[in-house]
Design a protein around this ligand. Sequence first.
Ligand SMILES: NC(=O)c1ccc[n+]([C@@H]2O[C@H](COP(=O)([O-])OP(=O)(O)OC[C@H]3O[C@@H](n4cnc5c(N)ncnc54)[C@H](O)[C@@H]3O)[C@@H](O)[C@H]2O)c1
Length: 417
Amino acid sequence: MNKQSTTGGMSRRDFAKASAVAAGFAILSGKSGVAQDTVDTLKIGLIGCGGRGGGAVVNCLTGNDNVKFVAMADVFEDKLVARRNDLRNNKNPRVQPKIDIQDDLCFVGLDAFEKLLATDVDIVIHATPPYARPQHLEAIVAAGKHVFVEKPFAVDPVGIRRCIAAAKAAEEKGLRIVTGPQRRYQTSYMETVKRLQDGEIGQILAARAYWNGSLPFCNEREPQYSDLEYRFRNWYNYIWTCGDNIVEQHVHNLDVINWVLGEHPVSVVASGGRAWKPTEEKYGDIWDNFSCDYEYASGVHMLSMARHWNNSQNDVFEEVTGTKGKSDCRNLGKDSSDPYVNEHIALLQSIRGEREYINQGVQTAESTLTAIMGRMAAYTGKKITWDEAMNSDLSLVPTVLDFAQAYPVGPIPVPGA
Ligand SMILES: NC(=O)c1ccc[n+]([C@@H]2O[C@H](COP(=O)([O-])OP(=O)(O)OC[C@H]3O[C@@H](n4cnc5c(N)ncnc54)[C@H](O)[C@@H]3O)[C@@H](O)[C@H]2O)c1
């Protein structure tokens, strides 16, 4: 059986046990939250200053003391400035005193991430769209920074291999990597998954995972935008920037099933298409529906669906069926805290030696590849094995990113073509 990697140097069960010990995610310090400048004060920088990046900074500062948020990097100045203003105006007493953004540590442009990495920040929060993740994760690890890094990890197998190599390099350097699939830090899921792995519903025979939702966003092109600027500002609609909806969104649900089963799939057969999207630049080249039948080495099949359909029935869930019952992967536990805060408490506790070493890099790379192989199977109309996906030379991100160049959209994938 192909065992899924989870945390560097720990088996899945050891990690589950250690996580359960820490599942209370207590905010350790009883102090007011004011970051006194001590040797223990950890400096944090953000790369990708959008909605999630700003949210993750607030989550990190809410959950931890002796931290200071000091540096920001984004490809666009307006995005950085808007987020900087939001953060400076944050009135939460656990957050506000820890915001200490230095104007000379705010960087804009395609090389902004490199400039931020050259500063003395200790921890990076990485929340760009997925296309940039492999290049940036490599650079973050090379610069010796700990990182909270959002999902998905990449849009193609070449990017996944880069992320796996970066995760392994991080382990050699003792750098911590905590990743964005927050269900891994949601106590209802953590408790349930442990009980499922301990046999609560017997041997697991089948699984389902759905993200059937509506269109997340579709931004109009302004006359002054170059192709590249528009690809970035409307990133959810292009295959090379987001990986398609199965990768960008559904990775959360696929990650849960891989977690429960303790393995990744060995093959997938899939179909899908564009049921409603007009062929317009703003709707990009991604599909709006995927249905996949994943097979695991244990013989389990997972039915997966991912849709962007407005005015339709929305379902986002995971489910496993065993010889003794059924579970939605969270029903055997309780939600007792905010998973988006818990993941940052875990990161800081791990960095400070208050809990085990955490490196979820390979784990999230494998969950992302699970999504990518589903997309590859649907686009080609062919069964795709894990090994084919993992070894594929498919590389979608342009090697040169230049605001003066043309980046045409499409073609929209047609199976068999
Ligand atoms: N875990 C979760 O629940 C969750 C929720 C929302 C988003 N996300 C993930 O977070 C990521 C960002 O999503 P978002 O909603 O914040 O998007 P967003 O568009 O609001 O923010 C992305 C930001 O990254 C910037 N950016 C793009 N390319 C860059 C580059 N090369 N260098 C520096 N900055 C760059 C953009 O200008 C933008 O400000 C996505 O990967 C998404 O999947 C995760």
